[in-house]
Design a binder for this molecule. Structure first.
Ligand code: FA5
Length: 337
């Protein structure tokens, strides 16, 4: 065979085969066929070239080298293309670590509120809401808190500059952020004839000095049960059952005598879970003056009421030592719940 024609044929076929290869395996097969050192097309070509006359040899040898280099270069570039992962074409590096989506959780206080509603609902208490912005009548007057009572002190409450509220004059009754959820007792009884069995959970506001157990905004759960013969024993049973349902069987509660203008008798409610007694709220039998203020006849009905601090339960359950942690919005803390 004419060596020049043989070289030309070799180059054409090699380049076509390289172009046609579509996987690392097939390009390797092409390499062995056309450039393999031991046998294959290159060896055959060398045998043909071996037959040329000594005068032609330098020219043909040069051509041979340039053909082999061209095939070698084309093969290497195709090898590179085929060894690259397919995704690289879309500029997506699948070996990079992923960024996991951040899942939010409900705030621990929200979770506590929902659990409380659930427990009290099972005990047959209807869950109701009341406004956070209140008037004197519902936060104080109807709750048997007289004009001069220290609970009305501006230093104990967040009164609003009512003149700044559109349409209100300076002489109109004050408006404040409610300081307790007992306001809802009044709102419910004003509109509902007895019997009543409700709870109301929500925010309350007090300008207390902030420390590990006090905040200026916190949550309370108010309970109210009114009927022909509601007793203090029922109050204690409900609170005991409630504490056990939330914290577990080994919770004890106790009553300490106390005073609230809207209950008589009044008690502080303590709860023991583990070794510590913790004050969690106030309670008592609804004062006859409160019944009168809402149009109930105290000779026909009796009732109990309680108001519990929700944060205190939540902190006890989750071993949170400082109430401020609940309201710092530190994601590292909140993620744990
Ligand atoms: C009251 O607010 C009464 N309204 C409770 C009540 C309702 C009595 C119905 C009788 C009948 P007191 O001010 O003690 O009571 O607050 C109740 C609970 O709220 C406290 O025991 C405590 O657990 C919680 N609490 C009070 N102040 C704060 C505060 N600054 N930060 C967090 N929790 C508080």
């Amino acid at each position: 065979m004419d060596p020049v024609a043989a070289l030309g044929e070799y180059q054409r076929e090699a380049l076509a085969a390289i172009e046609a290869a579509d996987s690392p395996e097939s390009i390797e097969a092409v390499r062995i066929e056309f450039l393999g050192k031991k046998k294959g097309r290159l060896r055959e070509l060398q045998a043909v070239l071996g037959q040329v006359s000594p005068e032609e040899r330098p020219v043909i040898g040069k051509q041979f080298n340039s053909v082999r280099n061209a095939v070698q270069t084309a093969l290497e570039s195709r090898q590179k293309q085929l060894s690259r992962p397919k995704q690289a074409a879309d500029a997506l590096d699948v070996t990079l670590p992923g960024s996991p989506p951040q899942l939010g959780t409900r705030h621990p206080v929200t979770q506590t509120l929902e659990e409380f509603r659930d427990i009290m609902g099972r005990f047959g208490f209807l869950v109701v809401d009341g406004p956070e912005l209140e008037d004197d009548q519902h936060n104080f007057a109807s709750l048997n808190i007289p004009e001069e009572h220290p609970a009305r002190d501006p230093l104990e409450n967040f009164y609003l500059a009512t003149a700044a509220i559109a349409g209100r004059g300076l002489d109109e009754p004050p408006v404040l952020l409610r300081s307790q959820t007992s306001t809802v007792q009044i709102r419910v009884m004003e509109h509902t004839p007895p019997p009543v069995r409700i709870v109301s959970l929500g925010r309350v506001y007090r300008p207390d000095t902030i420390d590990a157990t006090h905040h200026c905004m916190f949550h309370q759960m108010e309970g109210l049960m009114v009927g022909p013969d509601v007793t203090m024993a029922q109050l204690k049973t409900v609170l005991q059952l409630f504490a056990r349902a939330y914290l577990g069987e080994d919770v004890a509660i106790r009553f300490r005598p106390s005073f609230f203008p809207f209950t008589e008798p009044s008690v502080e409610v303590d709860m023991k879970w583990g070794d510590i007694w913790l004050e969690i709220g106030g309670a008592g039998m609804v004062d006859p003056n409160v019944f009168r203020a809402v149009g109930y006849n105290p000779d026909e009905v009796s009732g109990f009421a309680f108001g519990l601090g929700i944060e205190r339960f939540c902190m006890r359950r989750h071993n949170i030592p400082d109430i401020r942690w609940l309201y710092e919005n530190d994601i590292r803390f909140l993620q744990q719940f």
